[in-house]
Design a binder for this molecule. Structure first.
Ligand code: NAD
Length: 246
């Protein structure tokens, strides 16, 4: 389904990003596993893809750094000649109540979660315009739609990703490039593993399906948006949240 396509997935060493990388590779794409911190984790993702007969390469780059993103994308274009799919998945949390939140906590989350998407989209779109086609998928969050106490920085960044997605969809649509966002709800990953059992229970209770989601359930939607089946979908935010934001 994605044979011959080249996909860049940011923050793909673990969690949702890793699962998206595995799923895109299973469907035939050559996947660039971007990572910032843990080289070992990224290596594991690449090895898992290769063990199943897929193609992957890892690439270290801090998505919050505009220059590094430009270099990464230029090098990938040199190596592969194209980038067909960009999945902006890298994200962080620095939770605190608004009154206690430091300027650093606010800035850091905006820099990685929101500016990180801008950095990669700015550079990739240049090549996708030349290719006259491409798929950009940004991982937002249910909290970008409905807010969350203790996460003003995170929710602002994820709401920003939605505005960025819609604007880019308007700018790039005439060249056959689709830009969509996924808004996951409560997904079991290392990011959510740190939450208290009480909070997990409350959040599960808020879903219509009365359960948490899996990275596989998010990755399936990313693979759909990257596929030919989603060729007439752009500028959308697809919730994968068990009905939490309804
Ligand atoms: P995670 O913490 O397991 O994974 C995030 C990945 O991003 C990590 O591999 C991390 O190293 C990488 N990363 C962080 N900063 C980076 C940087 N500057 N440059 C490159 N990579 C960087 O979290 P996850 O749960 O897998 O979340 C993945 C995405 O989904 C995030 O954007 C997150 O905000 C979003 N999301 C998660 C949930 C959830 O419930 N888990 C819900 C909604 C949205």
């Amino acid at each position: 389904m994605l044979d011959g396509k080249v996909a860049l997935v940011t923050g793909a060493g673990r969690g949702i990003g890793k699962q998206i990388a595995l799923t895109l590779a299973e469907k035939g794409a050559t996947v660039i596993v971007n990572f910032n911190g843990s080289k070992e984790k990224a290596q594991e993702t690449v090895q898992e893809i290769e063990a199943k007969g897929g193609k992957a390469q890892m690439y270290q780059c801090d998505v919050s750094d505009m220059t590094s993103c430009g270099e990464m994308i230029a090098e990938l274009i040199k190596a592969y000649g194209r980038i067909d799919i960009l999945v902006n998945n890298a994200g962080i949390t620095r939770d605190n109540l608004l009154m206690r939140m430091s300027e650093e906590e606010f800035d850091e989350v905006i820099r990685v979660n929101l500016k990180g998407c801008f950095n990669t989209m700015k550079h990739v779109s240049r090549y996708m315009l030349k290719q006259k086609g491409g798929r950009i998928i940004n991982i937002s969050s249910v909290t970008g739609l409905i807010g969350n106490a203790g996460q003003a920085n995170y929710c602002a960044s994820k709401a920003g990703v939605i505005g960025l997605t819609k604007s880019a969809a308007r700018e790039l649509g005439s060249r056959g490039i689709t830009v969509n966002a996924i808004a996951p709800g409560f997904i079991e990953t290392e990011m959510t593993a740190v939450l208290s059992e009480k909070l997990k229970e409350t959040m599960t209770e808020q879903t219509l399906l009365k359960r948490t989601g899996s990275a596989k359930e998010v990755a399936a939607v990313a693979a759909f948006l990257a596929s030919e089946d989603a060729s007439y979908i752009t500028g959308q935010v697809i919730s994968v949240d068990g009905g939490m934001a309804l």
